[in-house]
Design a protein around this ligand. Structure first.
Ligand code: SF4
Ligand code: SF4
Ligand code: FES
Length: 259
């Protein structure tokens, strides 16, 4: 176990824990935007910035991706931290002035209007959608395209994806609501591309082979109802767990027969 001090409170956590998780253990809430429990940290938005007290100089780090160390002293609401977070939220508010999640953050910090030129976008480029599609679903239907000011999330060549399985995980993890799930669009894409109408959950690996018998109207389908009722999170995270468990089972079996 590692012992450290967060906002002058002592806490002991397992080695390899992030500052975000250690703070959570003390009930200290640190704001995040590009972090999701089911994904490895990415450190893109920097909203979770905290200050580490050093012998000579203090350091500003992202709590979601910085690991605890023995005797570490951390401040989560120092003047420097609040100033840095305020600046980040101002930038985001200028980029996405109509997004509720950003407006709520700005309200909490007392920011009425950003000092920067406003745009009217809905994506903050946090990368959660791209990462969940790549790293959890294992599909890679979307990615970042262009560079600089034109950077955005899209499918390759802005075309209907022939690999998307319609799981909706991108929409589920998006903190701004920039991605809306349209199941009839999934159906249209699959028709357009001449792909078999497999059930989304079959494509996710949660049910054995099944062709959709309900015209992709999941909201009135028993299969969808049953799966959603049995899970506490988005099905794609459960599917990943099942896959990991299966791989682990396979390795334990392999280990046994090799002994
Ligand atoms: S669409 Fe949503 S999840 Fe994807 S990068 Fe933009 S804000 Fe993040
Ligand atoms: S409507 Fe039912 S069978 Fe079809 S994709 Fe949705 S959950 Fe699967
Ligand atoms: S939540 Fe830590 S950098 Fe975005």
């Amino acid at each position: 176990m590692i012992t450290l001090f967060i906002d002058n409170q002592k806490v002991a956590v397992k080695e390899g824990t992030t500052l975000l998780k250690a703070s959570e253990k003390l009930g200290i809430e640190i704001p995040t935007l590009c972090y999701h429990e089911g994904l490895p940290p990415y450190g893109a938005c920097r909203l979770c910035v905290v200050e580490i007290i050093g012998e000579k100089k203090n350091r500003m780090v992202a709590a979601c991706s910085f690991l605890v160390d023995e005797g570490m002293k951390v401040l989560t609401i120092s003047d420097r931290v609040l100033k840095r977070r305020r600046m980040i939220v101002e930038f985001l508010l200028a980029r996405c002035p109509d997004i509720k999640a950003i407006r709520d953050l700005a309200d909490k910090m007392g920011i009425k209007k950003p000092r920067f030129k406003t745009k009217n976008l809905d994506c903050i480029l946090c990368g959660l959608c791209v990462r969940v599609c790549n790293e959890v679903a294992g599909i890679g239907a979307i990615g970042f395209v262009n560079r600089g000011k034109k950077l955005k999330v899209d499918t390759p060549f802005h075309l209907a994806s022939d690999v998307c399985i319609g799981c909706g995980a991108c929409s589920f993890v998006c903190p701004t609501g920039a991605i809306e799930m349209e199941l009839d669009a999934v159906k249209r894409f699959r028709e357009l591309l001449g792909i078999e109408h497999k059930c989304r959950y079959s494509l996710m690996g949660l049910v054995s082979y099944k062709v959709c018998s309900n015209n992709y109207e999941c909201w009135r389908c028993k299969v969808d109802q049953r799966i959603r009722d049995s899970l506490a999170t988005h099905p794609i995270f459960a599917a990943k767990k099942i896959k990991t468990e299966k791989v682990n089972q396979y390795f334990s079996f392999l280990k046994k027969i090799q002994e």
